[in-house]
Design a binder for this molecule. Sequence first.
Ligand code: ATP
Ligand code: MG
Length: 442
Amino acid sequence: MTLDSAAAPLEIDPLLDDPATRIVVCCGSGGVGKTTTAAALGVRAAERGRKVVVLTIDPARRLAQSMGIDSLDNTPRQVKGVGGPGELHAMMLDMKRTFDEIVEAHADPDRARAILENPFYQSLSAGFAGTQEYMAMEKLGQLRARDDWDLIIVDTPPSRSALDFLDAPKRLGSFLDGKFIRLLMAPAKMGGRAGMKFLNVGMSMMTGTLGKLLGGQFLRDVQTFITAMDTMFGGFRTRADATYRLLQAPGTAFLVVAAPERDALREAAYFVERLAAEEMPLAGLVLNRVHGSGAARLSAERARAAAENLEDSRIVDQEAGNAQGRGSAVPEGSSPEASETHEPPLEAPAPDESDASTLPAASAAPESVASVTTVEQLTAGLLRLHAERMQVLAREERTRDRFTALHPEVAVAEVPALPGDVHDLAGLRAIADRLAAGGTTS
Ligand SMILES: Nc1ncnc2c1ncn2[C@@H]1O[C@H](COP(=O)(O)OP(=O)(O)OP(=O)(O)O)[C@@H](O)[C@H]1O
Ligand SMILES: [Mg+2]
């Protein structure tokens, strides 16, 4: 399948080679191939000479193993087996560890310990909605600040919606230094011990009512948490905003990954519009797992017609073949009625008598008949499969064309559906080759 002229092909190699490209973000809805695309781009960019780090999120275990990032330690590790002049480093985002590091970096040791040990903090850091997205952005900010790599490729969390990646950090940021916390913090911010006392009074009053519902210990935990986090307030929002600006910078390129299916492409279209609204630079759309066919010249209709023809002629042949087969196996009989008169060992099995015990004695004739019909059946079956595949191709093409009609400005690269999962460097290279070949999948 070749892209028609409406969609510009997405040129992956110039993007990866350009020293001005510093961050590539792979986003898209759940399960479309974001992690695979990010890793494949990492391998390719490194083999073309760049020093790359790939920040993956929840990679499949086998893929992580083959990249040597099987253990979660939140530090980039160099990937062995990557050829060429560049280097590939990869890491898996450890959400909780990233959160802990922020606390350690921004609070004195005693406070940091108080926060880290606090159960309220522990549940927040382990999986508050949006924490993963927020932490991915945090980590990106940290990696960029170190300036150790000339290209950072970012995978995004397996959210239902691609938009979550942009929305969640802001939501979490505004929760952390938003109204709720400000309200609880207000007395403490009045200053010093008086404030703390006031906070404690407020807390103990709240404990009276809420404590019955939630338990006094819980409220004390919240209180300690909030008091200890005092130094960090404002920081979360500020850093989320800073990373947001990083995403808008000219050195950043977003790749939207989507499957050639209606819902995925609708989601991709929303995301494209949102990126434009946020003034974030979109490099293009990666249409992943596109189906192709080496025999695309044979249309679905013609394949189906040919299958029908074969099946029609098979019925005719089978009738002739059956008569012939019985003729040779049972020389004196030409009809089942006639054969029934013969003694058991010679009797050709009638259709309702294909019992295993009768087969060894009289297998020659039915088998030769079966092999004739099997070839034809098989051919007809293959033609029907081909027809179905051509229909899938046509549907994918229509879906893609609808997207292109809506967003003709978006460059597109297609990656075919490979026969198996992608879990090693060879598989990643295969994906990267197809990505770089861009507009063609056949
Ligand atoms: N072009 C392809 N051909 C064959 N298999 C593919 C292709 N792209 C991805 N896969 C496989 O599809 C599965 C999902 O891919 P991947 O994990 O990259 O998706 P994801 O978008 O990161 O998912 P999640 O949203 O859960 O993070 C994996 O098993 C991967 O090996
Ligand atoms: Mg993933």
